[in-house]
Design a protein. Structure first.
Length: 444
C-alpha cells in the first residue's frame, strides 16, 4: 500500500484541527513518530509540520514538541465563537456600549425619518462623503489637535477600510511596511493582502525602538511606517513629544509615509500632538467611531496629505465607495450635536474604572496597561504556553487573544491581551478572578 502524500497528511491534520477533533493545546507526535506511523521519510514529516505552522494551525517549541494552536480571540482568522461550555465572558474583542445608547439610536432614527434628508439618504453619496459631512468630521478633529480642511477628510466604513484604502493606493506589492513588533492584527492582514513586506520594529516599555527603526530604514527600502502613538494596541503606551518629534524626523530623513492609527486616541484627554499635526505633508491619520460610539456603526475616516486625496478616493471607489449615507447621517449628527463628545467622556471614566478593577483582581501578575485604557497585556510564566492557556480559558467559558495575534516578527511573547470593554462592568471583577484561577491552576 502506497504511503499518503505529505499534502494528504497536511489536509487531514488541518481538517481535524479546524473541526475541533484535535483541540488547541494538543501535543502532536514527534517528527520521528509521525514518520513511522505514516510510513514517510523524516524530512517529509518535518515538512508536514512546517506546512501546518505556516497555516497558523500549530506551533513548535524547541525541546517540547509541536502543539495545536489556540485560535480563540482575534488571530487573523475568525475563530469559532462556539465554546464547549456556556460563555462567561469575551475578553478577545473590545465592544464597548454605553447605557442609554439604544434609546438614543431610536430617537436619532425617528428624527431622520421625518427630516428633509430622508430621501437623500437613499441616494448614493460621492466616494469619501459629501463635503458638509466631511466638514463635521474636520471640526470634530480639532479636539484631537488636527486642523485640516474638509477636502482632506475621506469618510469610510470604519477605520479598517481607511487603512486598507491608504495602503492599497499609496503602496505597491513588494514595498516594505515598518510596524511595531506587537501591533494591531488587522494591519497584518492588510499587508498580506497587498503583498507588503512587514518589517518589525522592536518595542520598549515606552514605545518603538527608534534607533532600530533608523537602522531598518537605512538597510531596507521602507515605504511606510504604521504606528499607534496614542493608546497603543495592545501595549497601551502614549509616545511623549520627544519620541514623536524623533519619529517624524526619521520619516522625513528616509522619505517614509506615516500611517497613524488613532482608534483609541480619544481615551487620553490630553495627549501630545498627533503625528499628523507634526508632519501633515506625509501623515495619513485614520480612526473611527467603533470604540467611542459603537462597534456596529462602521464609520471611519482618513485625513490625508493634499496630494494623496485623489489617489485614495479612487481606491475608496474601488473598495466600497465609503460609508453608507444612513450611517454617515447618524455619525455626523452625533458628532455635530456633542453626543460623541459626551460618550467619549463616559468611555474615559469607564476605562479608568475597568483598569482599577483589573489591577486589583490581577494584583501580583505581570500586567502592562495604560491607566485609561480598555486593554491589559498579561505576561505568563515560562511554563505557560499562551495557546494552551487560551484553550484552558475557553474551556472555562472565557475568550482571550494570544500574543501570536499581535506579533509581526518571529518572537512570540508568552502573553495574552485582555480586552476589558465588553463584559458588563459589574461582572468584570468576577470574570478576572475566574481567569486568574484558571491561569494559576496550570501546572509547571
Amino acid at each position: 500500500m502506497r504511503p499518503p502524500s505529505y499534502e494528504a497528511i497536511v489536509d487531514e491534520f488541518a481538517a481535524s484541527i479546524r473541526s475541533g477533533s484535535l483541540p488547541a493545546g494538543t501535543r502532536l507526535p514527534p517528527h520521528r513518530a509521525l514518520a513511522r506511523e505514516r510510513r514517510i521519510a523524516l524530512a517529509t514529516a518535518t515538512r508536514v509540520y512546517a506546512e501546518l505552522a505556516a497555516m497558523g494551525l500549530v506551533v513548535g517549541e524547541p525541546g517540547r514538541g509541536t502543539f495545536v494552536r489556540a485560535r480563540s480571540g482575534y488571530d487573523g482568522l475568525e475563530p469559532s465563537r462556539v465554546l464547549p461550555v456556556p460563555r462567561v465572558a469575551d475578553l478577545s474583542f473590545n465592544q464597548p456600549l454605553g447605557e442609554g445608547q439604544s434609546d438614543r439610536l431610536r430617537q436619532a432614527l425617528r428624527a431622520l425619518s421625518v427630516s428633509g434628508e430622508a430621501e437623500a439618504l437613499l441616494r448614493q453619496d460621492p466616494p469619501g462623503g459629501r463635503l458638509h459631512e466631511r466638514a463635521v468630521v474636520a471640526t470634530y478633529l480639532l479636539g484631537r489637535g488636527i486642523d485640516t480642511a474638509p477636502a482632506t477628510v475621506l469618510l469610510t466604513s470604519g477605520a479598517q477600510q481607511a487603512i486598507d484604502c491608504v495602503l492599497r493606493s499609496l503602496t505597491r506589492p513588494g514595498d516594505v511596511l515598518a510596524v511595531d513588533a506587537l501591533t494591531y492584527p488587522g494591519v497584518k492582514l492588510l499587508a498580506a493582502a497587498h503583498g507588503l513586506g512587514l518589517a518589525p520594529i522592536p518595542v520598549t516599555a515606552t514605545g518603538p525602538d527608534l534607533a532600530a527603526l533608523d537602522l531598518l530604514c537605512r538597510t531596507r527600502p521602507v515605504r511606510a511606517i504604521y504606528t499607534i502613538p496614542t493608546l497603543h494596541n495592545p501595549l497601551g503606551w502614549v509616545l511623549d513629544r520627544e519620541r514623536r518629534d524623533h519619529l517624524v524626523a526619521l520619516a522625513r530623513a528616509h522619505d517614509c509615509l506615516i500611517v497613524e492609527d488613532g482608534t483609541y486616541a480619544f481615551l487620553d484627554p490630553s495627549p501630545p500632538p498627533p503625528l499628523q499635526a507634526l508632519a501633515p505633508e506625509r501623515t495619513c491619520y485614520v480612526a473611527g467611531l467603533s470604540k467611542n460610539v459603537a462597534p456596529g456603526l462602521r464609520f471611519g475616516f482618513a485625513v490625508l496629505p493634499g496630494g494623496h486625496v485623489e489617489t485614495v478616493t479612487r481606491s475608496l471607489r474601488l473598495a466600497a465607495w465609503g460609508a453608507p449615507g444612513l450611517v454617515t447621517a447618524l455619525a455626523t449628527g452625533w458628532l455635530a450635536d456633542g453626543t460623541v463628545a459626551r460618550w467619549e467622556e463616559d468611555r474615559r471614566s469607564d476605562a479608568a474604572a475597568r483598569q482599577d478593577i483589573a489591577r486589583s483582581a490581577l494584583a501580583g501578575m505581570s500586567l502592562t496597561a495604560h491607566p485609561v485604557s480598555y486593554m491589559v497585556w498579561l505576561g505568563l510564566e515560562p511554563h505557560q504556553r499562551p495557546d494552551h492557556v487560551a484553550a484552558q480559558l475557553a474551556r472555562a467559558g472565557i475568550l482571550v487573544s494570544t500574543a501570536d495575534a499581535f506579533a509581526t516578527g518571529p518572537h512570540r511573547p508568552r502573553a495574552l491581551r485582555l480586552a476589558l470593554a465588553t463584559p458588563p462592568r459589574d461582572e468584570l471583577e468576577n470574570v478576572l478572578h475566574h481567569l486568574r484561577d484558571v491561569v494559576d491552576a496550570i501546572p509547571p
